[in-house]
Design a protein around this ligand. Sequence first.
Ligand code: PGA
Length: 262
Amino acid sequence: MRTPLVIGNWKMHGLQADARALASAVREGFKRKVAVTIAVCPPFTALPAVAEVLAGSVIALGAQNCHPEPSGAHTGEISVPMLAELGCRYVLVGHSERRKEMGETDEQINRKVQAVLTHGLTPVLCVGETGDERRQGLTFTTIEGQLRAGLAGLGPEAVGKLVFAYEPVWAIGTGVNATPGQAAEVHGYLRGILSELSSKETAQATSILYGGSVKADNAESLLTEPEIDGALIGGASLKAPEFIAIVKKAVAAPAAAREGSR
Ligand code: PGA
């Protein structure tokens, strides 16, 4: 019912030539439409080059951040209309690296979510607990707080327009992924809150991605978990063959899940 979505988050990697080469290689991997939505989020400076390479392909473009205002005196910032003009369809909002390194607050994240929706793009709202929070039994408290604050002021219909990513901070870039069971538990919990904030039907139709050390060799076990609707991939999205292999696991996931449940 939910089309899997796989998003590559290139973070602060790649000069224009690198970005072009990576985007071309990913494009080559998917000459035809597959039953998975694929997107890549290059650094801002590479967006025009990657947009050009991906034009007419099945791969969508996304950005890693945005400013909540459409324009104004905000030195060094990039607005959602600027991203829309370049053809971005997705914007990552509230990634843990921005929460931690830039001190992004839930209130700022909420304003960004609203801005992205206002301009017709899809926010990918990222939530996740730190290792300490998990050890202290605060996983659900943390992610619930982040989710509710990120969605503050949104009506049921608007809530249904987002994509969510559960990214445990302890799993990002560490090589230690959450187990499918750990992720499924959190995804189910998030879906419960979404159902309360929108409706059961909307929550059932909403994509919740898992992110944190997803690689080609662990993608199948994660993506065949029914609660996991796709992946947000950092490090492994920088190598085209690895990224392509993960997307292929997502394509095969529904059938693999059926096999497993027999
Ligand atoms: P990772 O990053 O795949 O390198 O762990 C995921 C993310 O930060 O989105």
